[in-house]
Design a protein around this ligand. Structure first.
Ligand code: TXA
Ligand code: MG
Length: 330
């Protein structure tokens, strides 16, 4: 740890203790953090994001031993997932302890918990000694930030301190598994960095994906994870016919291919084509940054090819496909 990092961590903790908002780097996306025990600070998160109050927050904790301070009746599979995956891109939804404030949970009897895998976030959590409530640090419904600059672009002065931890390693939000009704009724609420194969290996069976639910999870809002441009998600073999049908628009297309370690941009007559290499994890890592950049270049429509699990690896493919379909809307 450098002296500059130690000072940045201390500043983040000072701001959190004073009830301020700190943008925190994690391995998934940047979070907009507040001291989870400070109801006024938590309320500021909702105001800053423009987020409906019934939309629960994830509480980030320093390690699995802190689970019991927030949750009760924790089933064995939740303990095992925490043991094998944390710190990592997995959020567990569990029955909350009675003292946990309704402001965090949107009035639900459950609480989402996660130990993030980023050294700066973990250092802040350890020094603070409590939980940090943090949704993604973007305005409600928009693309999540995967760099400190994205946070500044979206939230500006509304955030008191941005802890810059570089670009997010994974680039897509955590997998959310609901275990609040026990191991037998475990369901995935949102696919993410921990894929179906990893979950099945740990659980000894596949954990089903819940397509719709009465609880407030992303996907109930048509514009979730959306760029400003209209997004069209297609299978790779539909690319040519789709582009041919988009006359007179400024088109950004995102396609899978090989690169030499960075997204490959090329003008293609009426817009931009961006090649991302799934073998290098670029589809997840760069997706949100590329959506922002295509917006900034003035594209009116973005055509993105969905990954195929066989080619791109099942673990992240389901999360990428989920985000593209949600950004595309119904
Ligand atoms: O990777 C991530 O999960 C990032 C980083 C910052 O940790 N956080 C994140 O938070 O994506 P957010 O708030 O943008 O998305 C979390 C989703 C919310 O849409 C919320 O509805 C759902 O998790 N969630 C949180 N607590 C829940 C609960 N108790 N029951 C059901 N869903 C819950
Ligand atoms: Mg979000």
């Amino acid at each position: 740890m450098t002296a500059a990092e130690a000072e940045a961590i201390a500043e983040a903790v000072r701001v959190l203790r004073a009830g301020g908002l700190v943008a925190l780097p994690t391995e998934t996306v940047y979070g907009l953090g507040a001291d989870a025990s400070n109801a006024a600070a938590v309320a500021r998160i909702f105001a800053t994001k423009g987020r409906p109050a019934d939309h629960p927050l994830i509480v980030h904790i320093a390690d699995a031993s802190a689970m019991d301070a927030w949750a009760q009746s924790i089933p064995p599979l939740a303990r095992e997932l925490a043991r094998q995956v944390w710190p990592g891109p997995l959020t567990l939804v569990l029955r909350k302890q009675p003292h946990v404030d309704d402001g965090l949970t949107g009035g639900q009897p459950t609480i989402g918990l996660r130990v993030p895998a980023h050294p700066l976030a973990l250092a802040v959590l350890r020094e603070l000694g409590g939980g940090i409530a943090a949704p993604s640090a973007n305005r409600f419904g928009r693309v999540s930030p995967t760099s400190a600059q994205h946070v500044r672009d979206d939230l500006g002065d509304a955030v008191d301190y941005v802890l810059d931890g570089g670009p997010c390693a994974i680039g897509l939000e955590s997998t959310i598994v609901d275990l609040s009704r026990g191991d037998d009724d475990a369901v995935v609420l949102r696919p993410g960095g921990v894929g179906p194969e990893t979950l099945a290996r740990i659980a000894g069976r596949p954990i089903p994906l819940r397509e719709s639910s009465e609880v407030r999870v992303p996907g109930q809002h048509a514009s979730h994870y959306a760029p400003r441009a209209r997004l069209v998600a297609i299978d790779p073999d539909e690319l040519d016919v789709t582009l041919a049908g988009l006359q007179g628009e400024s088109v950004g297309s995102i396609v899978a291919g090989t690169t030499d370690g960075a997204p490959r941009w090329s003008p293609d007559g009426r817009g931009w084509r961006v090649v991302l290499d799934p073998q290098r994890g670029e589809l997840a890592h760069h997706l949100y940054a590329v959506l922002r950049e295509l917006d900034a270049k003035g594209c009116t429509v973005i055509v993105a090819t969905v990954p195929t699990p066989q080619v791109d690896g099942a673990d992240l493919a389901s999360a990428i496909t989920d985000r593209l379909r949600r950004a595309a809307g119904p």
